[in-house]
Design a protein around this ligand. Structure first.
Ligand code: ADP
Ligand code: ASP
Ligand code: MG
Length: 415
């Protein structure tokens, strides 16, 4: 008898028919002789609706109250799924994150899980019941409800699977698994049968929302492989696991992108020791997260400093920059609030040079201007005009032959 944690995302529980369908899937797994814990997201669109309600009421809501509000979506799903299971004569009980004992820090709307209690889940499983848990939420040491950031139900599932030492953690969603890029943008994208934690971490952090980044981090830390599967069709999906377990390795695994970026470029900054720190601490003090950073000296006494932020933070960032320019004297500010980031990810880059050259050539051939570049051991990110994103992703996807099926020869480059 295996212990399986299954997570169903928002579109998988988007209406009552789908909740019935999920209940059938859960019952099938139970009838195969397994113990099942199910983590559910809010019904599709519900978290957005709740956030909009809060924003319509006031722009200055207390984050504590926002968490009370937005955690409610998952509570609805868990109760409905549990009712559907019971109605099909499959005993089930639902619990919120705080009820189960998912303890987090106190950073409202972005809390991190610190501890997961297993006694209630184990008690219920021992009684032969399915345990349905609300994803995306926990409780801090003051007893306040917290939420885990957008997409956080993935992290709830992995955290519970790790705490229970489950045999499998299955993430059910609206696509067949992890693809070479978002199949909703590029229909030629291919399903990746297996991907390393490291690459998946990059893909998630660079915009592939199929798994929340923290869920991948946690899974890797606790050696808990994740299988991403479709709620609506059969198939083996994608196994996210350790690199040495992977059969088909490619030079480049996939392309991630994020649209909502803005770039701010300051030139004529006086070259003083610590000036970069001064600029960044101003931006950080305004609670703005900086994504990419580049700095270069242009003359003996001047330098350029360029960074990107999420587009929603752009107006706030510009305010800070205005204050800074009065402090720093005559600096030039150039901005573009309509840029996107395109990133190529692959463990093969560690051992093979030339990937960046090929990528830049492909983008150049498409007439796409690169506004900024950052690299790490296994990824290259470029900032391009938003209107060029789709064309760029398609060209790079094709150029690296990611639209070709996976073959046994894919492993050759790395050995
Ligand atoms: P859920 O509601 O099940 O959590 P999400 O919307 O959070 O689902 O994540 C699934 C979506 O992730 C897909 O519908 C797809 O558009 C998007 N996505 C982005 N990049 C990828 C990728 N590389 N592979 C698969 N899906 C991706
Ligand atoms: N309902 C939350 C969201 O929309 C959490 C999740 O779906 O994973 O972000
Ligand atoms: Mg999700």
């Amino acid at each position: 008898m295996a212990l399986i944690v299954q997570k169903y995302g928002g579109s998988s529980v988007g209406n009552l028919d789908r909740i019935h369908h999920v209940a059938e899937k859960v019952i099938k797994a139970k009838n195969e002789g397994h113990n099942i814990v199910v983590v559910v997201s809010a019904m599709y669109g519900e978290t957005d609706r709740l956030i909009q309600l809060a924003n319509a009421l006031t722009q200055h809501h207390d984050p504590r109250e926002l968490d009370v509000l937005i955690s409610s979506g998952e509570q609805v799903s868990m109760a409905l799924l549990s009712m559907a299971l019971n109605a099909k004569n499959c005993p089930a009980r639902s619990f919120t994150g705080p009820q189960i004992g998912i303890f987090t820090d106190s950073i409202h709307t972005k809390a991190r899980i610190l501890d997961v209690k297993t006694d209630i889940i184990e008690r219920e499983l021992n009684q032969g019941r399915i345990v349905v848990v609300a994803g995306f939420q926990g409780v801090n040491d003051r007893g306040d409800i917290t939420t885990l950031g957008r997409g956080g139900s993935d992290t709830t599932a992995v955290a519970i699977a790790a705490a229970l030492k489950a045999d499998e953690c299955q993430i059910y969603t609206d696509v067949d698994g992890v693809y070479t890029t978002d199949p909703h943008l590029i229909p030629e994208a291919r399903l990746i049968p297996q991907i390393s934690f490291e690459e998946m971490l990059e893909m998630s952090s660079l915009g592939a929302k199929v798994l929340q980044m923290r869920s991948v981090e946690l899974a890797s830390k606790h050696s808990m492989p994740i299988r991403v599967l479709s709620t609506f069709s059969d198939g083996a999906g994608t196994l996210v696991t350790f690199e040495d377990k992977i059969m088909h390795k490619r030079l480049v695994s996939g392309i991630a992108f994020s649209r909502e970026e803005a770039i701010i470029s300051l030139s004529g900054i006086p070259r003083q020791i610590g000036i970069e720190g001064r600029i960044l601490s101003k931006v950080n003090q305004a609670n703005i997260e900086i994504d990419m950073i580049a700095q270069n000296a242009t003359t003996e006494d001047k330098s350029d400093f360029t960074f990107t932020v999420h587009r929603r933070e752009y107006p706030k960032a510009m305010k800070v920059i205005e204050e800074l320019s009065t402090e720093l004297g005559k600096i030039n500010v150039k901005t573009n609030s309509k840029v996107a980031k395109l990133s190529l990810v692959g463990i093969g880059m560690r051992s093979h040079t030339g990937v960046a050259t090929t990528m830049f050539r492909i983008l150049g051939e498409q007439g796409i201007n690169i506004q900024m570049i950052t690299t790490s051991e296994i990824k290259i990110s470029v900032v391009v005009d938003e209107t060029h994103l789709e064309k760029g992703v398609r060209a790079v996807h094709q150029g690296f032959e990611l639209d070709k099926p996976f073959q046994s020869s894919d492993r050759s480059f790395i050995e």
